[in-house]
Design a protein around this ligand. Structure first.
Ligand code: CAO
Length: 416
């Protein structure tokens, strides 16, 4: 079956998470992604947090499926020549080196453009070009702090808190993938390549835009009615941490279910959606609240929202999180069990949809990974195992025009 990105060749100069997440996505959808790695070492994640001695670590396998691996020392003369040849024959180069590394390697934007005017060069950096922190190297949590996520996450009496979700890394990679696809569309119309850049700070800010909304509201009115601090607590002049409060106009909270004393995830998230008030009252057996003016509008409920949550927790105390959701879903109430990673790994629905997949790997046997979260009617995404270091070096070199003898010379010169 042909795939949407068949024929798009990508030089994947990425490492760790932000860049690899982007190129993996494009590889799933058919692009030929050639991961370029330093001979002998490769992407640092191959050896980070190993669970099997000498086998590629899960950190690497989960972010590099469907790719080919070419080892290349781009700091040698011969290595540079190989990269030049690759650039002439490719569509996209993706990189997330520290600031300036590609230029120091000799591959400035002007030079790449000279080699291939149609080339799209896509970069992830911690901060955008011209930012006063543009020279900083950045990892996930640094970006979450610089992007407003940490100052607004956590509980009001605790410190700024980072999320387990990779808002700085994979999220930036997803933004970059959108940028690359946009630039490819533009190239189809104009024949011209371009530079595409996403900073991790900007990608986090983009996901935190409702917190900026809150800052503007706070500046104007001095309080935020959907936050737990309202109406009984204090507001300063900055958006506070709101615990597990819902971010929009629907109050919600994480509520204890049967077994919470011993199971750290025996909870559901419960949302009091405005127009679901009557069904909520019916589900809880509190029909008298439906028309009671002390309860029947969001504003009336606001100052007793935690009393209402406490009553719901009493109702939940003899129900598991799954039993509770099975009752509440019949009343159309937005809610979900709090799932552990173990439950996610074992969930039959996620296996069936291809969101959790088991793939073959030459060293590991099989491994579990997250498949494409995007589903298509005309594409079944097949996830294949990540490549071993340099597994496709000779194959890629032959495809770009090197003879057997020339390939042997490149090996002898330790350029590949
Ligand atoms: N051949 C020869 N040299 C190579 C090479 C190859 N195939 N691949 C990489 N290198 C070199 C680079 O040219 C660079 O050399 P110089 O610094 O001498 O110019 C060097 O390897 C290391 O590059 P780096 O700065 O990217 O690596 P680091 O481990 O010091 O930093 C990181 C890692 C992630 C902090 C940094 O790359 C960075 O800030 N990237 C941008 C932001 C980002 O993507 N962060 C998210 C990572 S996911 O958590």
């Amino acid at each position: 079956m042909s795939k949407p990105l068949d024929g798009i060749k990508i030089i994947d100069f990425t490492h760790v998470q932000a860049g690899p997440a982007c190129t993996q996505l494009l590889a799933w959808y058919g692009a030929d992604v050639i991961k370029v790695e330093r001979p002998g070492a490769g992407d640092v994640t191959r050896s980070q947090l190993r669970d099997i001695p000498d086998a590629d670590a899960l950190y690497f396998t989960q972010l590099n499926s469907n790719k080919r691996s070419l080892t290349l020392d781009t700091k040698t003369k011969q290595g540079k020549e190989v990269l030049e040849k690759l650039i002439r024959q490719s569509d996209v180069l993706v990189e997330n080196f520290g600031p300036g590394a590609l230029d120091r390697m000799g591959f400035t934007w002007d030079y790449i453009r000279e080699l291939n005017p149609g080339m799209i060069v896509a970069s992830v950096k911690g901060f955008s070009d011209g930012h006063h922190y543009e020279d900083l190297k950045v990892y996930e949590n640094v970006a979450q702090c610089a992007g407003g996520a940490a100052s607004t996450t956590g509980f009001w009496d605790g410190p700024p808190t980072v999320s387990a979700a990779a808002l700085g890394d994979s999220n930036t990679g997803m933004h970059l993938a959108i940028g690359i696809l946009t630039a490819l569309m533009h190239r189809t119309k104009t024949g011209k390549g371009q530079k595409v850049a996403v900073s991790m700070q900007d990608a986090v800010i983009n996901l935190c835009r409702v917190k900026l909304r809150d800052q503007l509201r706070l500046d104007r009115v001095g309080y935020l009615e959907e936050y737990p601090q309202y109406p009984h607590g204090e507001f300063t002049d900055v958006v506070p941490r709101g615990g597990n409060a819902g971010g929009g106009g629907q109050p919600g909270w994480v509520l204890k279910c049967k077994g919470w004393e011993t199971d750290p995830n025996a909870y559901i998230y419960f949302t009091i959606q405005g127009h679901a008030w009557a069904p909520i009252c019916k589900a809880l057996g509190r029909e008298e609240w439906i028309d009671d003016p002390a309860y029947n509008t969001p504003r009336a409920r606001q100052d007793k929202i935690f009393d209402i949550f406490a009553i719901i927790e009493t109702w939940l105390s003899d129900k598991t999180k799954y039993e509770a959701v099975d009752i509440l879903r019949k009343f159309d109430i937005p809610c979900a069990p709090v799932l552990s990673m173990k439950e996610i790994a074992e969930c039959p629905s996620l296996r069936k949809s291809g969101t959790i997949v088991e793939v073959e790997h030459k060293q590991r046997g099989t491994y579990l990974t997250v498949g494409s979260p995007v589903k298509f009617s005309d594409l079944k995404v097949e996830v294949t195992g990540s490549p071993l270091l340099g597994e496709h070096t000779d194959e890629v070199l032959a495809q770009i025009g090197y003879s057997k003898e020339q390939i042997a010379e490149l090996h002898a010169a330790k350029a590949v």
